[in-house]
Design a protein around this ligand. Structure first.
Ligand code: GLN
Length: 241
C-alpha cells in the first residue's frame, strides 16, 4: 500500500538492522550470509547523501566498506555504490575532488549500484536538465530528475523485482526520485512501478529510482554483491548472469 508522507521525510529509516541485534547473529543463515560477502570490499561514494545507510547494510551482510571521497579511495575496492542524495551537489563535488574521471573509468568494468541520485549520475541523459548536471553517461537510460514529484510528494510502497531466482518484493522509498524516460536496448528492467521502470540493470551496472537501503531488507544488496558482481564483460547480461 502506498504511504504518502505528511511531512518531508529525512533520509532516515528503521534502525533495527539484523547486525545490530546480537541475538540474530547466532542464526545460522545470518552467519552464513556474513561469511559469504566477507571477502568483499565495497566502496560507497561518500561526497554527500545517505551513504551511511548503505554502510550499515553492507556491514549487515558482512562486507567490508570503504567511503570513497578521493581518487585513491578507489584502490582495493571491488565495487561501488553511488547513493541517493542530491545529484547537483555530487556533480560539483566530483570535479572538486577530482573523482569524475577515475570513477568513470572504475565504473566502466567494476560493479556499480546507483540509487536515486546515483541513478541520475549513472544515466546517459537528463531531460530538462535545468541544473546542468553532467551525468557519467555509463547506463544507457535517460531520466527526468524529481520525476515522481518534489520532497513533499515522497512516498513508500512495495516494488516487486524479478531477479532471476523468482520474484522478491521490497519496500521502496521514493524521495524526489528520478523517472526513467528512455531505456537503451542493453538495459534489462528488473522492476516497474505503475508501468515505469524503477530497477534496471545493464551488465555490471544496477540502478534503482528508489531507496531500498532504508529498510533492513538486504536482498537487493545481496543480488548486487552476488549476481551483478559476478558479471564478466563479454558474457551475456541476463538477470541470472
Ligand atoms: N532529486 C535528487 C537528484 O536529482 C535525487 C533525490 C534522492 O536521491 N533521494 O539529485
Amino acid at each position: 500500500m502506498r504511504t504518502v508522507y505528511q511531512q518531508a521525510p529525512h533520509l532516515t529509516g528503521p534502525s533495527n538492522l539484523v547486525y545490530s541485534n546480537p541475538a540474530l547473529c547466532m542464526i545460522p543463515s545470518v552467519v552464513n550470509m556474513m561469511r559469504k560477502f566477507s571477502d568483499r570490499t565495497v566502496g560507497i561514494l561518500a561526497l554527500q547523501g545517505d551513504y551511511e545507510r548503505h554502510q550499515r547494510q553492507l556491514e549487515a551482510v558482512g562486507a567490508k566498506c570503504r567511503l570513497v571521497r578521493l581518487p585513491q579511495d578507489l584502490k582495493d575496492i571491488d565495487s561501488i555504490i553511488i547513493p541517493g542524495g542530491e545529484s547537483t551537489t555530487m556533480d560539483i563535488l566530483l570535479d572538486r575532488f577530482k573523482l569524475r574521471e577515475p570513477l568513470t573509468k572504475f565504473a566502466q568494468s567494476a560493479p556499480v549500484f546507483g540509487t536515486c541520485a546515483g541513478m541520475v549520475m549513472l544515466a546517459h541523459g537528463i531531460k530538462d536538465n535545468l541544473s546542468k548536471v553532467t551525468p557519467l553517461g555509463l547506463l544507457d537510460i535517460d531520466v527526468i530528475r524529481n520525476g515522481y514529484g518534489r520532497q513533499v510528494h515522497s512516498f513508500e510502497d512495495t516494488v516487486t523485482a524479478d531477479l532471476g531466482d523468482g520474484e522478491i518484493t521490497v519496500d521502496a522509498t521514493f524521495i524526489r526520485a528520478p523517472k526513467i524516460t528512455r531505456l537503451g536496448s542493453e538495459v534489462t528492467v528488473l522492476a516497474s512501478y505503475l508501468g515505469d521502470p524503477v530497477l534496471v540493470r545493464q551488465d555490471n551496472l544496477l540502478s534503482s529510482s528508489f531507496h531500498a537501503e532504508l529498510s533492513d531488507d538486504t536482498r537487493l544488496l545481496e543480488y548486487f554483491l552476488g549476481k551483478v558482481a559476478a558479471y564478466k564483460s563479454g558474457s551475456t547480461c541476463s538477470t541470472n548472469a
